[in-house]
Design a protein around this ligand. Sequence first.
Ligand SMILES: NC(=O)c1ccc[n+]([C@@H]2O[C@H](COP(=O)([O-])OP(=O)(O)OC[C@H]3O[C@@H](n4cnc5c(N)ncnc54)[C@H](O)[C@@H]3O)[C@@H](O)[C@H]2O)c1
Length: 285
Amino acid sequence: MTYGLLKGKKGLIFGALNEKSIAWKVAERACEEGAQIVLTNTPVSMRFGSINELANRLNTIVIPADATKVEDLEQLVQKGMEHIGGQFDFVLHSIGMSPNVRKGRTYDDLDYAYLQQTLDISAISFHKVLQVCRKADAISEWGSVVALSYIAAQRTLYGYNDMADAKAMLESIARSFGYIYGREKKIRINTVSQSPTLTTAGSGIMGFDNLVDFADRMSPLGNADSSDCADYVITLFSDLTRKVTMQNLFHDGGYASMGMSFRAMKVYNEGLEYRDVKDDKTRRR
Ligand SMILES: NC(=O)c1ccc[n+]([C@@H]2O[C@H](COP(=O)([O-])OP(=O)(O)OC[C@H]3O[C@@H](n4cnc5c(N)ncnc54)[C@H](O)[C@@H]3O)[C@@H](O)[C@H]2O)c1
């Protein structure tokens, strides 16, 4: 069902890699709701993913940019505004990557050069996007910016590794910049803390399948998938949420408020055996 919630609005969407990506679903839903969008991703992801196919289908362009590079972002914003003929009404930051996770370095054995990259790609890039947009006056008054987060920012989930630190920083950037941009131009900035979701980034997390299953059993409504996430993000881009800002909004079927569900307890009691992560030979190296 469509509601025309974004009719006449223009948006910039980071992070659609392939059809599993949360950003992919948001892009599709945004267009269904009447928005005009510009897509962006890194040149490497453009080659290995299928973003061009999405762009063709949605009748738009992909502008390559590495979100850790300010010069790339400046060009992106300039070209993007030229393409849509004005300012953006909404921006989605759907970017995350940890070389430590990829290379199987555990949290007590981090490579610090990798950690810098994790933080730069997954958190500081959000600040860079906001700062570049503000300097170029690229977002319209009452515009909306959303970045995607995960509950590991608040709770310890071992396998999430240094991405937990990145998400804590990401959420803090939303609050700190939200104050400045809100006061100046009524632009709202929020993070959506999403259920574990079967995407390329998600699947890289150690023990991800078990995490998905556990979260699903714990949540009264079950896990939110990427299409559910897209629906929620669309409401945040719409005019129906104009006074929501500087928030981390849980979109997880109720998981964040749970202690232990009856269902999860039952499964646990029926014989899940604890295996310490150090002894888990299945973890990636
Ligand atoms: N999948 C999950 O379980 C889950 C849960 C909560 C939050 N999230 C968050 O959702 C967001 C989107 O991830 P996803 O699950 O759709 O996976 P995904 O792998 O489809 O998307 C991650 C995107 O980040 C992009 N990216 C990486 N480095 C970049 C850079 N330097 N510049 C620009 N883009 C870059 C990738 O090209 C890719 O498109 C991430 O922030 C992720 O942490 C995911």
